[in-house]
Write a protein that binds this ligand. Structure first.
Ligand SMILES: [Zn+2]
Length: 163
């Protein structure tokens, strides 16, 4: 059995700025109003016969979204970004372009890139790990988690994690 949560209607959204280093069109800082769709597959369980309580998934996803919301997303593992400082300010360069941003305006992510593909995997792994931790304390049995990170309406990247 699978539960499905629509990110627009369930308010799993965040607005962030990012750049795709060295990309012809996406290399400059620009923003998206993202929304995140979620599916969780597993066995029905417990008193109510839920796969997992919708509220639990939405709360977990909203926390993850709020970490990124109204921030500049910075991929710490990028091969194209040279970091000079990450403490007081976020100081880095991409080729000849130099950036200095306030630390509190940035969300530093241990990712190679902040493209939708990487963000989908990031959300899916975080959600999957949180739900798996709770399996030990409940009857819940999760088989897979699927996340689609949409860069606005009409385009998104989908990542699935299975047992
Ligand atoms: Zn973009």
């Amino acid at each position: 059995m699978k539960i499905v949560i629509n990110g627009i209607h369930a308010n799993l959204r965040f607005s962030s700025a990012h750049m795709i280093p060295c990309h012809q069109f996406c290399g400059g800082i620009h923003g998206h109003s993202y929304h995140v769709d979620v599916q969780v597959d597993g066995d029905r369980c417990g008193e109510f016969g839920f796969v997992v309580d919708f509220k639990k998934v939405k709360d977990l996803m909203r926390d993850l979204c709020s970490d990124l919301d109204h921030k500049v997303l910075i991929p710490l593992e990028s091969d194209d970004i040279k970091f000079n400082d990450l403490d007081d300010s976020v100081d880095f360069s991409i080729g000849v372009k130099k950036y200095t941003l306030p630390r509190e305006d940035c969300c530093l992510l241990s990712l190679k890139s902040t493209c939708a593909e990487e963000l989908a995997e990031y959300f899916a792994r975080k959600l999957y790990n949180s739900l798996k931790e709770e399996e030990n304390e409940s009857e819940m049995k999760i088989a897979s988690v699927q996340v689609c990170v949409n860069e606005g309406i009409g385009q998104g990247a989908y990542f699935e994690i299975k047992d």
